[in-house]
Design a protein around this ligand. Sequence first.
Ligand code: UDP
Length: 471
Amino acid sequence: VVTKTTPHLAILPTPGMGHLIPLAELAKWLVAHHDFTLTFITLASSASKAQSAFLAALPPSISSVALPPVPLDDLPPDARVETIMSVSAARSVPALRDVLRDLQSSTNLVAFLTDLFGADTFDAPKQLGIPHYMFFPSNLLLLSLFFHLPTLDATTTCEYRDLPGPLELPGCVPVPGPDLLHPIQDRSNECYKWIVHHGRRYREAEGILVNTFDAIEPGAAKILREKEPGRPPVYPIGPLVQTGSPPGMDGSECLRWLDMQPHGSVLFVSFGSGGTLLRAQLVELALGLEMSGQRFLWVVRSPSDSGETSGSYFSAQSKGDPFAFLPEGFVSRTKDRGLVVPSWAPQVEVLAHGATAGFLMHCGWNSTLESVVNGVPMIAWPLYAEQRQNAVMLVEGVKAALRPKEGEDGLIGREEIARVAKELMEGEEGKRVRSRVKELQEAAIKGLQDDGLAYKTLTEVAQKWKGSNPV
Ligand code: UDP
């Protein structure tokens, strides 16, 4: 029964299913364990069909409301997604304040939570005296970079790819400059300024919930779990991963095909909800998979000719027929051991399937967590966002993945792809990576069971929220 004492949480996600999915899992957990009710407040510019359908399918104690559109026509046509998200969030503050004020009078609103590029929305809850928190849908390595970025910005002038050595953040694996977060690689771009700005504003949060777990980045977890003056408390509360497929997506073909494959034999190949390859790279990947002799399930998307690797981020659907870009005869030559599907596969179910034994992936953080939770070792093939630094963490840090080498032309060649695929599925290095991932899987699962570390951390946050506005 919902009463005026039922704790209510308002959540403003910034666009992207990769942000929304873990937040929805958090919402469901708060409903199940602490009788919360919740409202998702979405930015109008992000109201994609997939997102609306996803929100509509959540349990009844989780409702949603869309903010009115804000003008964005003054942004240059080539503005990056991070800039668009940041500007949308900042300009939505007045409308957000109205929604929060309504929620304050109709519910027991205990806190406000936003994510990644939403720090400017803190202005609304601040004006209304509502505790305001950040949900970070990536890891502690990236959060440490956000915290450090204002200092790095003030003390260096070169592009980060030209830094004299790898960046060493407290407790984290050293990251070479070129592998750092993609949107900070051009300091003259508006987007860079936004990220530095967010790095500053994160410190205003009353707490930061991070969708990661201690065992996958132990050094950083140890440091960030300590209280530090001037830095909000950091709560590693993951891995919160998607349970089941989003509404309206039918993945039965993939699962039926997997049912017919031998146990532990299939390499799953997918680059997240928006990753695209260059045309020539797509061909190398096809021929590499063929050469490897391994069974594979490949989610293929039409290539981009511009070198933009996040081309379909907002649409998820492939542009045109991706099969048209595959090498001549590829599908028929590999039909006995490969399945190629366009645009989308039920990833969580695929990773949980007994036939799946490896994941060639783009190092998106949700995909990484889903792989680990299912004990599936990875091949790291980063494309954009923070994926290159995730790859460094997975390969050099926690040793849960293998990483193919790029050739001098910037492409990963077919021989290299075949070699790494074979190594992961059959080789000695593959065995080591596989057993490391099993250890992480165990830690991840234990952490979220009663009395596990992430469970306790999440409970601490929920208790704090419930106590923060006693009626
Ligand atoms: N996903 C899926 N099927 C696909 C591609 C992606 O179910 O074919 C889901 C995947 O399981 C994950 C999310 O979409 O939950 C992708 O998030 P991630 O952070 O890995 O990457 P992003 O798409 O944000 O780059």
